[in-house]
Ligand binder design. Structure first.
Ligand SMILES: [Zn+2]
Length: 60
């Protein structure tokens, strides 16, 4: 049996680091807790996009 550890689905906007929990919701902010194994979005990719957008805005 795999672990049931979940991670706050909104941690990127609400916490400095992933908040893990065994329940269905984040103990900290109450957002949905999602299975931490399969990432729905590649975090590196979205972060890279965000950084590119910032750089672009800086030049204009
Ligand atoms: Zn949270």
């Amino acid at each position: 049996m795999k672990s049931d550890i979940r991670v706050c689905s909104a941690w990127r906007g609400r916490h400095e680091r992933p908040v893990y929990t065994l329940s269905d919701s984040c103990p900290d902010c109450g957002a949905d807790a999602i299975n931490s194994a399969p990432a729905p979005v590649d975090p590196e990719d979205s972060y890279g996009g965000y950084r590119r957008a910032l750089k672009r805005a800086d030049r204009e």
